[in-house]
Design a protein around this ligand. Structure first.
Ligand SMILES: C[S@@+](CC[C@H](N)C(=O)[O-])C[C@H]1O[C@@H](n2cnc3c(N)ncnc32)[C@H](O)[C@@H]1O
Length: 275
């Protein structure tokens, strides 16, 4: 009896979910490594006998690059620490739980999480909605190399969740028919997609939502990235959508204004409503 309890604990420890980090560790390490290389090159060019003219040009450039890359590496590390699921701030967890709080599936309902990454939001929604199922879709490209379908599946298993499924696909052309889902959600995805029309990407997500279904989509919806979101809200209302609201999440809901500024998350907002 005692042995089996111990074994259970060991296997639970082994199965701890790992949602990784929105600031990829490889990027932080790569930037710090580049700073080190520039520093070494500065020292080499100061010490080796090369012409004074070459030194005059190259050494200041290498020094500026060293300082610049050190500062960027520190900024990235602070972001990494703020996002981390293990850290003190746990901003990612706070945001995921906050969005999942808006997601309610009907009995036997189907939900979609676009750009699911490590499965964090899909799983948080699935845990809160055992009466339905959730699909996470992601492109899983090079820029977020630590996220994968396998990671999502492992995280679901680690959380003891069995109402999730994951698949590869593109948010700009979702492989689902019109009005497939009862709920659609997404977090910090569309601003990553190179596009001149992110409102069109929103409409592509909403296309897959059933009439009467609800949506909760969080992203950096600044004017530069999305255009005029207030007129988009009005457009949705004219199309028949109800209870549409654009909630600023940088005034303490998910982050402070100061955090939004230094973490380049200004404009973060949660678009919620019903089709
Ligand atoms: C910052 S991560 C957020 C992941 C997840 N939504 C979360 O909250 O943890 C951005 C995600 O968007 C995904 N993504 C970027 N462009 C995409 C596209 N065109 N289609 C689907 N997913 C995409 C990336 O692969 C990455 O997993």
């Amino acid at each position: 009896m005692i042995r089996s309890t111990f074994a259970d604990r060991i296997s639970h420890d082994k199965m701890k979910a790992d949602y990784k980090n929105w600031m990829p560790k490889g990027m932080v390490m790569g930037t710090a490594f580049s700073a080190l290389i520039f520093m070494i090159l500065s020292i080499v060019f100061i010490s080796v006998p090369v012409s004074a003219d070459v030194k005059k040009v190259l050494v200041p450039i290498l020094m500026v690059l060293t300082v610049l890359f050190i500062l960027i590496a520190i900024w990235m590390y602070l972001m990494y620490r703020a996002f981390s699921y293990d850290g003190k701030r746990q901003m990612s967890k706070h945001i995921i739980e906050g969005i999942a709080g808006y997601v309610k599936l009907p009995d036997g309902g189907k939900g979609l999480d676009v750009g699911c990454g490590s499965g964090a939001l899909t799983i948080a929604c699935a845990i809160r909605n055992p009466q339905g199922t959730f699909t996470g879709i992601d492109r899983w490209g090079k820029e977020y190399a630590s996220f994968s379908k396998k990671l999502c599946e492992n995280n679901s298993k680690a959380e003891g969740v069995n109402n999730t499924s994951f698949m590869q696909g593109d948010a700009t052309k979702l492989p689902f028919g019109d009005e497939t889902f009862d709920v659609v959600t997404s977090n910090f995805v569309y601003h990553n997609i190179p596009s001149t029309d992110r409102q069109a990407i929103l409409l592509e997500t909403l296309r897959t939502l059933k009439k009467g279904g609800t949506f909760a989509i969080h992203d950096i919806m600044s004017k530069v990235k999305y255009g005029d979101m207030n007129s988009f809200v009005e457009k949705l209302k004219k199309m028949g959508y109800e209870e549409v609201r654009l909630i600023d999440t940088t005034k303490g809901m998910f982050m402070t204004e100061f955090e939004a500024r230094w973490m380049c998350l200004s404009g973060s907002a949660l678009l919620v409503g019903k089709k």
